[in-house]
Design a protein around this ligand. Structure first.
Ligand SMILES: [Ca+2]
Ligand SMILES: [Ca+2]
Length: 278
């Protein structure tokens, strides 16, 4: 793969001193992949785009990867990460080149380490990348599901990403209004700010509320983000909530049951980035 060698050569000679940075070909991605674009450049050829984006990415500490998009002859430096979903890839639109990392994750340039990026796409059960589990300090559980929910006029008709998502099914009459279903984190965090992104869907006349909270030890939870009421039949992307975490703190996702069955609340593709939101 000659172009790959060109990149390495270019970067090694791009006045980085001994901070030699290598990129490796990662994959082709679809344009609909959610990425955090830092900057975009237009070139005249694929080689030109390599020349524009590779050195930019190596100089910008926020950049972990860059995409070459042949269709519109653009490249973009991004906060990059490894492939998300097999099957979500539409070959031929963009090629992603990413900082080399042995464990399959992206390179955290500010810390000069390979950092893991955790996500819950709910495509598998259990899902090795997922950092959430059902809480027992609540009244009911979230449901993993594919396709439309069982009730009309509420809930999504398909996943926000891939095929599966999680939602609260609130038709059981035994559940009183304001019953809570909570997902909580299972991992121990470092003492720093993380960025949380996700998709949410809140459709139905009696939709109650969805909260993202943190809870330190036995302290009362702190709410960092919330939505209440009917948001229409759409998936929305929550582009980033900063959460300051430490070894004693958990993240909670709390959904509440509304007054009737038209209150399904769904989430999908929850991601946790080990740095503050851009
Ligand atoms: Ca999913
Ligand atoms: Ca529960």
């Amino acid at each position: 793969m000659n172009l790959f060698k060109v990149i390495i050569y270019f970067i090694k000679t791009a006045s980085l001193g001994n901070a030699c940075v290598e990129f490796e070909f990662s994959r082709e991605i679809s344009a609909s992949d959610s990425i955090q674009v830092i900057s975009s450049y237009t070139g005249s050829s694929k080689e030109d785009l390599f020349g524009l984006c590779a050195p930019r990415c190596s100089l910008d500490m926020a950049c972990n990867a860059f995409d070459i998009c042949i269709e519109n002859l653009q490249c973009r430096t991004i906060r990059g990460w490894t492939p998300i979903l097999p099957g979500n890839v539409s070959a031929g639109l963009c090629q992603r080149h990413q900082m080399e990392c042995d464990d399959g994750y992206y390179y955290d340039r500010e810390k000069e380490t390979c950092a893991s990026h955790e996500y819950c796409d709910f495509e598998d059960d259990p899902e090795s990348s997922c950092f959430l589990s059902e809480s027992t300090a609540d009244e009911f559980d979230w449901t993993r599901h594919t396709g439309r929910t069982g009730s009309t006029d509420t809930g999504p008709t398909s996943a926000g990403s891939g095929h599966y998502y999680k939602y609260i099914e609130i038709s059981p009459i035994a559940l009183v209004e304001n019953s809570r279903a909570i997902l909580e984190t299972t991992k121990t965090f470092q003492d720093k700010t993380y960025c949380l992104t996700m998709y949410y869907h809140m459709y139905g006349a009696t939709t109650k509320s969805l909260l993202i909270q943190t809870k330190k030890g036995n302290d009362a939870p702190i709410t960092h983000w919330q939505r209440s009421g009917d948001q229409g039949n759409s998936w929305y992307q929550l582009s980033g909530v900063n959460l300051t975490l430490d070894s004693q703190t958990k993240i909670l996702f709390e959904a509440k049951k509304g007054s009737s069955f038209t209150g399904d609340i769904a989430i999908d593709y929850v991601e946790l980035w080990p740095y503050a939101c851009p």
